[in-house]
Write a protein that binds this ligand. Sequence first.
Ligand SMILES: [Zn+2]
Length: 279
Amino acid sequence: MNTSAYFLTEQDAPLVKSTLLSGFPELIQGTSTRKGGVSTGIHESMNLGFNNGDIPENVSKNYEIICRSLGIKPSQIVTAKQTHKTNVRIVTQRDSGKGVVLPVNYDDIDALVTNKPTYGPSPVLCILTADCLPVFVYDPKHMAIGLAHSGWRGTVNRIVPKMLEKMEQAYETDPNDVYLSIGPSICKKCYEVGDDVAEEFKKAFNRTELRDILFEGDTKGKYRLNLAAAVTVSAAGCGVLPENIENQGLCTACNSKLLFSHRITMGKRGTLASFLGIR
Ligand SMILES: [Zn+2]
């Protein structure tokens, strides 16, 4: 696995981009930061969540601004309907704009997949996070993409393998061919969990795997959890080549002035958005 593999674009509303995926110029990819938006207070300033108490007009304006950084229109974006479950939606051009300029007519969706349509650009997939892992997948052989929201629940319930399965069914994706990047998210140093969460991981992963995933905490009954390692193990178990897996290595909590962190703000915060599309 590659680490510290990201760079920030030099725009008023910058994007965090994957070094691995930037090798594919046909991809539209990146994660927003807190910078360059119009929201104020706890949402300052690039808040891209409509459901966290911010003024909707400001969020819409923020989407317009971040779309300029991405070189796309808000009407191309398709959001999920995140509930910490593992359902994957096959997105088509008919979904374009849902969650930003149109209402979302589906529920319980934490991962999105699509491929390059015959005519026109692919819809741009969008996942919202603030500590959880945005996981980008690209299959250049079939021009197919997937973007998942992998918090601890999604990770322990293997949302990334489920997304890869869906890509296999829909687009004949072979995990051997894909490139996977883990976007800005909480690092193991910042992510302390209790017995309840630790038990779930002990059930889901074997002892060898757990050596990279779960660590004793500073106090009894507390653990540190490496979600990126858990996603990496799960993806490698499906056949994704280790050299094609990247953790961008940018922690939302360590860098809470640049990024929104749920933990650091005790939930009083804006929301980051990750984007993936094919030109
Ligand atoms: Zn950290």
